[in-house]
Design a protein around this ligand. Sequence first.
Ligand SMILES: NC(=O)c1ccc[n+]([C@@H]2O[C@H](COP(=O)([O-])OP(=O)(O)OC[C@H]3O[C@@H](n4cnc5c(N)ncnc54)[C@H](O)[C@@H]3O)[C@@H](O)[C@H]2O)c1
Length: 295
Amino acid sequence: MQDFTDKVAVISGGVNGIGFDIAKALAREKCHVVIADLDQEACDAAAADIAALGVTTLGHKCDVTQQADILALADAAWSKFGRVDILFNNAGVGAGLVSSPKMSDADLRWIFEVNFFGNWHMCMEFLRRFKAQDSEAHICNTASENSIGWPMPLMAGYNASKAAVLGYTGMLRMELPDHISVSLLCPGWTQTDIGNSGTRRPEQFGGPKEPRPGFPMDGDFVPYAVETVGAHCLAEIKNGAFYIFPHYAARHLAEERNDEIIAAFDAQTSATPDWQKHDTRSFFEAMQAARDKKE
Ligand SMILES: NC(=O)c1ccc[n+]([C@@H]2O[C@H](COP(=O)([O-])OP(=O)(O)OC[C@H]3O[C@@H](n4cnc5c(N)ncnc54)[C@H](O)[C@@H]3O)[C@@H](O)[C@H]2O)c1
């Protein structure tokens, strides 16, 4: 997608942090914006802030763990604008830092319901509508540096949910029709309110938690400013990037993981003359080609 002018974008988790910065960047490019989040008043306030930048907006409550909310959001967006061109599938939560055996089942399920199932169900509903609309469309799924690099200790549920987003988004890239593109936004450590996601935990996952004190920031280690994400993300969608990396500090984590994986292959296996016979990708492509020929 090369141009956002007069397009319509829906952003889940658009009230705060990265989602709100994407909304501002879109408005600067004259793209109309639907802000979706847990609380209607907060959606309305964020939508009003974005409208002040000169675009048309809609604030619509949507808890991405509720399929009825997702349908109502999509209906409201199409009904107001007659079309939607881009989905920023961005809502996400963290449950703080806790060792795996101490992780509560309620938190683990909450994280997966929002970060994976919510992301998946939003994606499938908008995909279905983008296919029917049959015009150029884009889906940007927010994953994390934890999807592609270092699985940060004390965040097992979060890491696993973000790896799941990477897993299915990478596959979508190969399944989508030509008029729909997809990208994976992988921010590094960013200054947002995610550390306090628990204060907005819905009742069905155990209800709100106490606010958490911020990390001590002594100046040696600080998160990236949230303003580093939105404009970068839009520029890379225009560039046709699949992986969108706003932050250099995550690079060495990905490099170390990839190096370790390749080193393990090289230490444990070697090429045999017939290895391609066992290559699942070649097998899949041959199967697809045979199917295409039949059709
Ligand atoms: N901040 C970081 O360091 C960082 C790093 C990598 C990835 N991310 C990802 O970026 C995305 C945005 O997070 P953020 O850092 O801006 O945090 P944030 O807490 O500031 O914003 C997340 C928004 O999602 C909303 N939300 C939570 N549960 C929801 C639900 N069930 N339905 C709809 N909305 C819901 C929240 O109300 C909030 O407005 C998340 O997917 C997060 O995992 C954040």
